[in-house]
Design a protein around this ligand. Structure first.
Ligand SMILES: C[S@@+](CC[C@H](N)C(=O)[O-])C[C@H]1O[C@@H](n2cnc3c(N)ncnc32)[C@H](O)[C@@H]1O
Length: 274
């Protein structure tokens, strides 16, 4: 957005938003000065932040393609879907099956306005406003509007969202409640900020510093330990290669990704409910 006047109704441009800061990292235009300032503060600690954003989107692409093409998933629930960008979930799923259903969910007014304009298509794709911290209300909405068939397997995408829930928000409980509503044969994909702790003290120190900046500017952002993130899968069986740096999850090519500072501070995995 070049003009601060162009904010859609309901969008607060006096405070940075997660969705818009992420959009800035990805080179998008749906962000404002306040978002760019917040992003710049984090970039002073981790200048390769945009690389982390691209790794998140690449993990999204590969995991959705795997679920659609190899696991046969035909309906996706994308919670914390963000602003539309290149390679949205329905575009990837529709390469495999144009009838695949996608429900995008977010609580950011700008993500909802732009999502409804660009992503919603009455036949296959819906954009829903809901708060991940209230999974019962989300599930009720999905049931009442018949958006998800709870008798058929679902691909639940919790990508780069659980680290924006505070410990008090009970992110493990949120994931557990949503997975409980899905039938066997469903999948859960998670990507999450990671603190490697004593295994990599310098990386861990950087994670702590950027966590501080995120919380001072955006009010959220938790770099969690491997054990904490594994807990969000609630005992489901992870597919190989398990919970790994995003670039290592079923890469498309033999090409080795550069191990920049954020390489070990975002991890992802996909699990199946049996
Ligand atoms: C970093 S973006 C991730 C976008 C996308 N999932 C990806 O991986 O590229 C995080 C998104 O989660 C959304 N979000 C954060 N907290 C949320 C909540 N409590 N309920 C719903 N959405 C939330 C933000 O608005 C933002 O759009």
């Amino acid at each position: 957005m070049t003009s601060e006047q162009a904010a859609p109704p309901g969008v607060d441009i006096t405070r940075p938003s997660i969705a818009r800061v992420y959009d800035y990292y990805l080179g998008g235009k749906d962000n404002f000065e306040v978002d760019r300032q917040a992003a710049q503060m984090a970039l002073r600690v981790t200048p390769d932040g945009p690389e982390a954003g691209r790794a998140c989107r690449a993990f999204l692409r590969r995991s959705v393609r795997y679920l659609a093409a190899e696991a046969g998933i035909r309906q996706f629930l994308d919670l914390g879907s963000g602003l539309p960008t290149q390679g949205n979930v329905h575009e990837i799923a529709h390469e495999v099956d144009p009838d695949a259903r996608v429900v995008y969910v977010d609580n950011d007014p700008m993500a909802l306005t732009h999502g409804r304009a660009l992503l919603a298509d009455a036949r296959t794709t819906t954009v829903v406003g809901a708060d991940a911290r209230q999974p019962e209300e989300l599930l009720a909405q999905l049931h009442d509007r018949n958006l998800i068939d709870f008798d058929r397997p679902v691909g639940l995408l919790l990508l780069a969202i659980l680290h924006h829930l505070h410990d008090d928000d009970d992110p493990a409980g949120v994931a557990r409640r949503l997975v409980a509503a899905l039938p066997a044969g469903s999948y859960l994909a998670i990507s999450h900020f990671h603190d490697p702790g004593d295994a990599q003290p310098e990386v861990s120190q950087r994670a702590r510093e950027v966590e501080k900046v995120f919380n001072e500017t955006l009010g959220t952002g938790r770099w969690r330990t491997r054990e904490e993130i594994m807990g969000f899968f609630g005992g489901l069986e992870l597919l190989p290669p398990g919970l790994v740096p995003l670039a290592e999850w079923r890469p498309d090519s033999e090409k080795i990704s550069p191990q920049t500072a954020t390489y070990h501070t975002i991890v992802g995995g996909v699990a199946r409910k049996s």
